[in-house]
Design a protein around this ligand. Structure first.
Ligand SMILES: [Zn+2]
Ligand SMILES: [Zn+2]
Length: 665
C-alpha cells in the first residue's frame, strides 16, 4: 500500500457488477487519463418499490469528468450498455468504441434519451486496436457469448497488459460461425499478462458450458412434435437463440409472428446488420397469423421472465388482444429465470397450464444453455492468459470466492488475487497488486420515467407504505399555540388491533406534548400580532412522536403524515377528551436539542370504553378534510369503534410492483 506514492500505478475501479449480476461499470485510470469499460444497469430487487432501473452511483465520474477520455463497450447486453444514455446526461464521454451490434442497440437508447449529440460512436472489428487517452491502447478480441458480436479486451497500459474478459464462454461451434480468437489470448499470455479480470457468473458450476448449438435438437424435437401452434419465449437479446428459432421455424414449415417491442426491435436491428439470416416471407404480421393453420404457426415473444406487461404474461392472463391460448398450443420457455423473477415465471407457467396448454420449461429439457462459461471455461481462460495477478469480477460474492479458488488450483498464489467490491480500487504496478482507498460507490434508483432519482428516503417511505400502510393526521393549531379542534386521523393499509379512538387519543397527546414542550422553540414572537411559527417543524415533531409511540405500543411503523391547519390566534382551545388526560412526560431540558427522548407516558389503554356502534362508526377513517371538523364539544361523538383489525385497501400492501426483464447477461 505504500509504493503508490512513489511509483505511478494503474487504478482499476469497478463502480458496479461486483457482489451482484448487473450494472457492470468499470473505470481504468492512469495518470491523468480515465477510460471507462461498459456502463450497464441492473433491475430492482424486492423492496425497491416502483423502481424500474438501478444505476451505479457515478459521483466519482462526475467529479472527474474532465479526465474521461473515452469508453469501451464489450457487447450489447443491458447490464453492459443500459446505463450509457443516462450517464451521457450527467457527464461527458468524448468517444465510445464498441462492436457494431452493441452500438446499433445503444443508438436506439440514445435517440430515445435525446443524447445523440453528446458523444461519438466508433464501431470496431475483431483485432482492432484503439487508443484512449495517452496511456491506454485496447485490442478487441472476438469472444463467444449468448449475444452476438461480443469481445474480450487486451488493455495495454504503462504498467503492463490487462486482459478484461467481458462476458464469455468458450463455444467452439458458435451459431454465427464467429469463433473465440483464442490465438490472440494465447499471444498475450505468451508476452506476459499482468492481470486478468474474468467473468465469474458460473464459477460454481463444474465442467464446460455446453455450446449454444446444443439446444438446437431439443428445440427441434419439441417444435416438430407439436400438434398445434408453437409459442416460444426467450430474451430478445439472445441473438443466437433467436436465430436458431427462426431457422427451426423455416425447417418445420412454420411462419413466425413476433410479439413484444424488444423482440421486434432487436430482430429488426440484427437482420439489418446481418447477424440473422431469415427470409422476409418467414414473418407474418400478428394480425394475419390467425388465418394460418395452427400447425404452420410459430409465435416468438417476450415474457420469459414473467414480466407483467410482456406478451406471454398478458396471454397467460387472457389479456392479450390478438392471441388467446389454445389447448393444442406448445409453449416453450427457452430461458432460465433470473434470480428474483422465479416467482413470476412459475406463476406464468401455472396460468398457461391451467388454460390447457403444454408448457415446456426447466433445466432437464435442454432448451436453454447459459452464455457464461463454467469452471472449465474459466480454467481455459486462465491457462491461455497466464496472468500474474487475478481479479474475479461479474458475480456475487460467493461466485468471486469460488472463481478465486479455481485460480489458486491453477497455481496463482492467493496473495496475487484480490476479491473486491464496487468502489474498491485495484492498484497495479509491474510487481504489485493492492487495494487502494475506495471511492464513493452505491446505487441510484430510477423511477419509471428514468428521469427521477429515487433516493433512500423515498425508498424507505415506499417500504413503510408497503409494510405498514399510512396514517394521516389533521391537526388544527392556532398561531398562539393551542389545539383548536380534535385531530382527525386516517388509516390506509394499516392493520392494527388498536381502535381508531385510541389512535386519535395518542395523536392528541402528541400534539399536546409538542405544544406544551416545543412551542417556544418552534414559534418566534416577532413583536407583531401574529407570531412566526415553524409549521413544518411542528408537523415533523408530531410525526416523530406518533411514530415512536406506534413503534413502542403496536410494533408497527406506518408512514405518518401530519398536516397542520393553522387557526388564527385567539381561537378557543379544544380541551381534549375527558379521557385524554395530560401527558406526564417530563418537559425537555430546554434548548433546541431538548426533547423527544425523555418522553414516557402513563398508558390508560385498559380503561373500559364501550359505546354503542351507532354513531358513524367509520368517521375516523374518512378522508382528511372530507368531513367537517367536529365541534370541540363533540368529544363524545368521536365514537369509539370496536373495529376488528382490518386492512384498508389491500392493494397498497399487495406486491404489485412491476418486474422488468433483466438483461440476459
Ligand atoms: Zn453481463
Ligand atoms: Zn452479456
Amino acid at each position: 500500500m505504500t509504493n503508490q506514492a512513489k511509483q505511478p500505478c494503474l487504478r482499476v475501479i469497478p463502480l458496479g457488477g461486483l457482489h451482484e449480476i448487473g450494472k457492470n461499470t468499470c473505470v481504468f485510470e492512469y495518470g491523468d487519463d480515465i477510460m471507462l469499460v461498459d456502463a450497464g444497469l441492473a433491475f430492482p430487487s424486492d423492496g425497491m418499490h416502483g423502481v424500474n432501473v438501478v444505476m451505479p452511483d457515478t459521483s466519482y465520474l462526475k467529479e472527474n469528468q474532465k479526465r474521461i477520455r473515452g469508453m469501451i463497450v464489450t457487447h450489447g447486453h443491458e447490464d453492459h450498455i443500459g446505463g450509457i444514455a443516462h450517464h451521457l446526461k450527467n457527464f461527458n464521454i468524448p468517444v465510445i468504441h464498441g462492436p457494431r451490434l452493441a452500438l446499433a442497440m445503444l443508438t436506439g437508447k440514445m435517440e430515445e434519451a435525446g443524447v445523440m449529440d453528446r458523444t461519438i460512436l466508433q464501431t470496431v472489428a475483431p483485432r482492432d486496436v484503439v487508443k484512449v487517452g495517452q496511456h491506454f491502447s485496447v485490442e478487441f478480441i472476438r469472444n463467444t457469448h449468448s449475444m452476438a458480436d461480443s469481445f474480450s479486451l487486451a488493455i495495454t497500459t504503462p504498467v503492463g497488459t490487462v486482459i478484461f474478459t467481458g462476458d464469455f464462454k468458450f463455444d467452439h461451434t458458435p451459431v454465427d460461425g464467429e469463433t473465440f480468437d483464442m490465438a490472440r489470448l494465447a499471444h498475450y499470455g505468451e508476452q506476459g499478462v499482468l492481470c486478468l479480470f474474468s467473468d465469474s457468473t458460473n464459477s460454481e458450476v463444474p465442467g464446460f458450458c455446453p455450446p449454444e448449438r446444443s439446444v438446437f435438437p431439443c428445440l427441434d424435437r419439441h417444435i416438430s412434435q407439436a400438434e398445434g401452434r408453437v409459442i416460444i419465449t426467450t430474451f430478445a437479446s439472445s441473438i443466437h437463440r433467436v436465430a436458431m428459432i427462426l431457422e427451426l421455424a423455416l425447417k418445420n414449415g412454420r411462419k413466425v409472428g413476433l410479439l413484444g417491442r424488444s423482440m421486434l426491435n432487436v430482430i429488426a436491428k440484427a437482420r439489418e446488420l446481418g447477424y440473422m439470416r431469415a427470409p422476409d416471407d418467414l414473418f407474418v404480421p400478428i394480425k394475419q397469423i390467425r388465418d394460418l393453420p395452427d400447425r404452420e404457426t410459430l409465435l416468438l415473444m417476450t415474457g420469459s421472465q414473467g414480466e407483467p406487461l410482456a406478451a406471454l404474461s398478458r396471454i397467460s392472463r387472457g389479456e392479450h388482444p390478438q392471441v388467446q391460448v389454445k389447448t393444442t398450443d406448445t409453449i416453450i420457455f427457452s430461458a432460465s429465470p433470473i434470480p428474483g423473477n422465479t416467482i413470476s415465471v412459475v406463476n406464468t407457467i401455472d396460468r398457461l397450464m391451467m388454460l390447457g396448454a403444454k408448457v415446456v420449461y426447466g433445466k432437464g429439457e435442454g432448451i436453454h444453455v447459459s452464455g457464461h462459461g463454467f469452471q472449465e471455461d474459466q480454467k481455459l481462460m486462465l491457462a491461455l492468459t497466464k496472468p500474474k495477478y487475478f481479479v474475479p469480477v461479474h458475480g456475487e460474492h460467493r461466485m468471486l470466492v469460488c472463481h478465486s479458488k479455481t485460480a489458486q488450483s491453477m497455481g496463482i498464489p492467493a496473495e496475487n488475487i484480490l476479491i473486491i467490491d464496487n468502489g474498491d480500487v485495484v492498484e497495479l504496478t509491474p510487481d504489485s497488486i493492492n487495494k487502494g482507498e475506495p471511492v464513493k460507490a452505491g446505487i441510484e434508483l430510477l423511477d419509471a420515467s428514468r428521469n427521477g432519482i429515487v433516493d433512500a428516503r423515498v425508498l424507505k417511505e415506499r417500504q413503510q407504505l408497503a409494510d405498514d400502510g399510512v396514517i394521516t393526521m389533521l391537526a388544527v393549531i392556532s398561531t398562539d399555540g393551542v389545539m383548536a379542534a380534535p385531530p382527525r386521523v386516517n388509516l390506509r393499509g394499516v392493520v392494527t388491533a388498536a381502535d381508531p379512538r385510541k389512535l386519535s387519543l395518542w395523536a392528541e397527546r402528541e400534539i399536546t406534548w409538542v405544544l406544551e414542550n416545543r412551542w417556544q422553540q418552534l414559534s418566534r414572537n416577532s413583536g407583531g400580532k401574529a407570531p412566526d411559527v415553524d409549521w413544518m417543524g411542528v408537523q415533523r415533531e408530531i410525526e416523530i412522536g406518533l411514530q415512536r409511540r406506534l413503534r413502542r405500543e403496536l410494533q408497527v411503523e406506518p408512514l405518518i403524515i401530519c398536516l397542520v391547519q393553522p387557526a388564527p390566534g385567539g381561537t378557543p382551545a379544544y380541551k381534549g377528551r375527558a379521557d385524554a388526560e395530560p401527558d406526564t412526560r417530563p418537559a425537555p431540558r430546554g434548548g433546541r436539542g431538548g426533547g423527544r427522548d425523555g418522553g414516557r407516558d402513563v398508558q390508560r389503554g385498559d380503561r373500559p370504553e364501550r359505546v354503542e356502534r351507532s354513531q358513524q362508526p367509520r368517521r375516523e377513517l374518512a378522508a382528511v378534510g372530507a368531513a367537517p371538523a367536529p365541534a370541540p364539544a363533540a368529544a363524545a361523538s368521536a365514537a369509539p369503534v370496536a373495529t376488528p383489525a382490518r386492512v384498508e385497501e389491500p392493494e397498497i400492501s399487495g406486491r404489485t410492483r412491476r418486474r422488468r426483464s433483466a438483461a440476459a447477461s
